[in-house]
Design a protein around this ligand. Structure first.
Ligand code: B3K
Ligand code: ZN
Length: 868
């Protein structure tokens, strides 16, 4: 909180620290409202200077400072720092502080999650535990002694190895931990509580046995098995694909109820949002299972890409996050369907990421200026960051990429590195000039690739002319050409792939686009081909090529690349949406274009198609992604077209939907990729059947379901189609799960995203539900988050009711949990595509928030940019 204007930090201003801290011994006496921390560090001056030591610290009561064992009083304290001057070259610093975990609703630093203590230190939470050099380039060896009541907190956990423990006379006990690996403070963790523990072991490829422990709230042991399987799979995958082995003797995961994000990769002691740990068939959906696998993998992979090699400063965040997302995507793809994983990642890029790039917070994957670091854990840093790594992988190929990765990890092991370090190692390993490629790190915005083509029948030459253009983003008006890998294939009119020949030699599919405008000439092309462009989304760009519906139909039916088939259907849908919005403006009715209908029919009738892919091909993009097709659009009209297209497709193909439903029943629930695929297509079909008025199947599926995937799919289909028969089913679900917040979140989401004019009132009522708590981020996301992101038509109501609701929630979260507030404000700052009337309504709310007396830095940064 601040009254003065928050300070901007610039990447260019990086300076090495004036002091190093080599070891830190923490002694933590846990008490709900008055925890005391003694921090003893060995400090060493970095070079010759007489600069003071400026330690970060927030919301701490300072009790004692001593240097080399002697108490001192000559120090300066500001709101968020402790300044010590005239220091010896090397010394032992002792600092004693008091803090209040119980009052910590921001969930940063040390806090209470239900009855347990836990920590979240990334990015800058450690400064809420003690005064410290809270920056990622200061790496120290930590030891941690935790003392707490033995009955309430039988488990006392921290990083590294448990080296000692004991009982005290007053009913308290203690455990001593030591982490042999030097680490930055953001990787520190401490947990204390009473848990059920699932134990297992993993033997590494070099034969070391690692103890694996998963801690869950009592009574949830039966829901931890999938997390354990996922952890072992991740450990094996990293050995096989990347030759990377785990380095400690113990790996612990703790699942907690109150958590701002997904999970945290603290060394040897991951802390997880329980949503990404707990899973059993009765409480978790297929997607929940896959999410657990993905997030467990992600945090595990950080042990090398993040922990062993960390970031020099927070502007380099993508160094660990982009790379680790790439690794978790590859893990999921190797274990499941590569195409479906790719499709899901591309949906995130084309939806939330493109929207971020088009909004006031647009930033490159390595930002230049930051007010609140927590605001930069974004889809851009993570997902686009991963796309940039994926482009490198595409350009270098798997073997060379792996050699580069190995060289990077070897060279920077135990150090804090930069994005430039990473790219230069990749360049060294591959011998490729990546200088133009590095622009991906500095330029924000979504590039547009405009492609035109020309066929010369006499010469049998086919020429692609490629132009790249990146629109200006805030603070970056001029953009330079990027190095863009453009993957192409050419198809004959019969749908046969053609050999690519350039300058007399056969070439691979990836073209290196380097210039603002460039031509690629293919020879020996026997007839006018259809190009498949940007195969597998080979670069995070918007493609602009004037595809005809015939060409898209050909690709949707015949491409040998499955992703291209899906993408062709997406483009057909996009064309239908654009045309119908234009028609609606001329008061004409929505119609499903014939080619789209035919492709849907052919997709449903194709017996050889993978079921999971089929489900994806038949799923329309959501309204958020469709907004990106327009400069500006009336969202009500877009919603109307979206709904009508769904209904028409439902009715026109009803017998085929029914067939798809009946042919893909899974007799007994198994979390197995083929069954997941069957349920996916079956439940897509159920959604369309509900829209066509089919009600009995919904009731039947809800009644007969032996798993949460089918239960929820039945409810969702009924809710979206506004079938009254679903009301008693919803009541039944609530009754059954009201004691379990995580499961009830599904019910909250259904209610919050249901159509209907009463949505705002409904959401307000949900916020008074006994299971709801404004202090639990999962509940807030399930109710408010689902409403603002998943119910765009009601959120963007022209009477401003949706905006008012969010404004009042943000006003409350601004003081209790600024990080969650700043995440939830996203749809209020991304208004560029909306009509003028709504933009006005939104800006009035933003002004109202801007005037809050204690506006957090998190919200200040976003609102001030949105209003600029
Ligand atoms: N590194 C953490 C994110 C921390 C978020 C801080 N606001 C999770 C992850 O990306 O693995
Ligand atoms: Zn991460």
């Amino acid at each position: 909180m601040t009254q003065t204007t928050p300070q901007v930090q610039y990447r260019e201003d990086y300076q090495a620290p004036h002091y190093w801290i080599d070891t830190l011994d923490l002694d933590v006496q846990l008490h709900d409202s008055a925890t005391e921390v003694v921090a003893i560090s060995r400090v060493r001056r970095n070079g010759e200077h007489d600069e003071p030591l400026v330690l970060d610290g927030e919301q701490l009561t300072l009790l004692q400072v001593a240097i080399n064992g002697i108490d001192i009083t000559q120090y300066q304290q500001t709101d968020n720092s402790l300044i010590l001057s005239q220091l010896p070259e090397v010394f032992v610093l002792t600092i004693k502080t008091r803090l209040n975990p119980e009052a910590n609703t921001a969930l940063e630093g040390l806090y209470k999650s239900g009855s347990a203590f836990c920590t979240q230190c990334e990015a800058q939470g450690f400064r809420r535990i003690t005064f410290y050099l809270d920056r990622p380039d200061v790496l120290a060896r930590f030891s941690t002694r935790i003392t707490a009541d033995a009955t309430a907190y039988p488990y006392l956990l921290s990083n590294g190895n448990r080296i000692d423990q004991g009982q005290l006379d007053d009913g308290r006990h203690w455990v001593q931990w030591q982490d042999p690996f030097p680490k930055p403070a953001y990787l520190f963790a401490l947990v204390a509580g009473d848990f059920d523990v699932l134990r297992d072991t993993f033997t590494t490829q070099s034969g070391r046995e690692v103890a694996l422990e998963i801690f869950v709230n009592q009574g949830n042991l039966h829901r931890a098995g999938h997390a354990m399987d996922s952890l072992k799979a991740a450990m094996a995958w990293d050995e096989q694909r990347c030759q990377l082995e785990y380095d400690l003797d113990i790996y612990m995961i703790v699942a907690v109820d109150f958590f701002n994000m997904g999970a945290m990769e603290n060394k040897g002691l991951n802390v997880f949002n329980d949503k990404f740990v707990l899973a059993d068939p009765h409480t978790a959906t297929d997607n929940d299972y896959l999410d657990v696998e993905r997030v467990i993998g992600h945090e595990y992979f950080h042990n090398w890409t993040g922990n062993r090699v960390t970031c020099r400063d927070w502007f380099q965040l993508s160094l660990k996050e982009g790379l680790t997302v790439f690794r978790d995507q590859e893990f999921s793809s190797d274990l499941g369907s590569r195409t479906v994983n790719r499709i899901q990642n591309v949906r995130i890029m084309r939806g939330p990421q493109f929207a971020e790039d088009a909004g006031p917070m647009a930033h490159s994957i390595r930002p230049d200026a930051v007010i609140e670091m927590n605001n930069f854990y974004t889809v851009t840093l993570y997902e686009k960051g991963s796309e940039v790594i994926r482009m490198l992988h595409t350009l270098l190929g798997e073997p060379v990429f792996q050699q580069g990765l190995a060289l990077y990890l070897q060279r920077f092991d135990g150090q804090a590195a930069t994005c430039d370090d990473f790219v230069s190692v990749m360049s060294e390993a591959s011998g490729r000039d990546l200088s133009r490629f590095t622009r991906w790190y500095s330029q924000a915005g979504t590039p547009v690739l405009s492609v035109t083509d020309e066929y010369d029948a006499v010469q049998q030459r086919y020429t692609l002319t490629v132009r790249q253009y990146t629109p200006p983003t805030p603070g970056q008006s001029q953009k330079l050409p990027l190095h863009i890998p453009l993957s192409v294939a050419l198809y004959s009119a019969q749908g046969e792939p053609l050999t690519l020949t350039m300058e007399g030699v056969e070439v691979g599919p990836v073209l290196d686009v380097l210039e603002a405008e460039q031509q690629f000439v293919f020879e020996q092309v026997p007839s006018q081909p259809t190009p498949a462009l940007l195969q597998s989304f080979s670069a995070p760009v918007k493609l602009d090529y004037p595809y005809t519906d015939e060409q898209l139909t050909l690709l949707a039916k015949h491409s040998i690349d499955e992703f291209v088939r899906w993408d062709a259907v997406q483009m057909l849908i996009n064309n239908a949406v654009r045309d119908n919005v234009a028609q609606l403006q001329r008061q004409q009715q929505t119609v499903v274009p014939r080619p789209l209908l035919d492709v849907f029919r052919a997709t449903l009738e194709d017996p050889l198609l993978d079921k999971a892919l089929q489900a994806q091909m038949l799923t329309l993009p959501d309204i958020g992604s469709l907004l990106e097709l327009f400069e500006q659009v009336d969202i009500d009209q877009l919603g109307q077209v979206h709904e009508q297209l769904h209904k028409e497709l439902a009715v026109a193909l009803q017998p085929l939907w029914l067939q798809a439903y009946q042919q893909n029943l899974t007799p007994q629930y198994q979390v197995e990729h083929q069954d997941i695929a069957k349920r996916a297509i079956k439940n897509v079909a159920l959604g369309y059947l509900a829209l066509a008025g089919e009600t009995s199947l919904i009731q039947q599926q809800y009644r007969d379901a032996d798993n949460m995937t089918d239960t929820l799919a039945a409810l969702k289909a009924g809710v979206k189609a506004e079938l009254s028969q679903v009301t008693p089913l919803l009541a039944d679900f609530e009754q059954k799960w009201q004691q379990d917040g995580l499961v009830l979140d599904n019910w909250f989401r259904l209610q919050a995203t249901a159509p209907g004019e009463d949505a705002v009132v409904r959401v307000q009522q949900l916020m008074t539900h006994p299971t709801f708590s404004i202090n639990n981020p999962n509940r807030v996301r399930a109710v408010v988050g689902a409403f603002i992101m998943g119910n765009p038509l009601q959120f963007h109501r022209l009477d401003g009711g949706g905006y008012d609701l969010l404004t009042s929630v943000l006003t409350e979260l601004n003081t209790s949990n600024p990080q969650v507030a700043a995440r939830m404000i996203t749809p209020l700052i991304q208004f560029a595509r909306l009509d003028d009337a709504r933009q006005l309504l939104i800006k009035a709310r933003l002004q109202q928030l801007m005037a809050l007396p204690n506006l957090s830095r998190d919200l200040f940064e976003k609102i001030s940019k949105a209003l600029a």
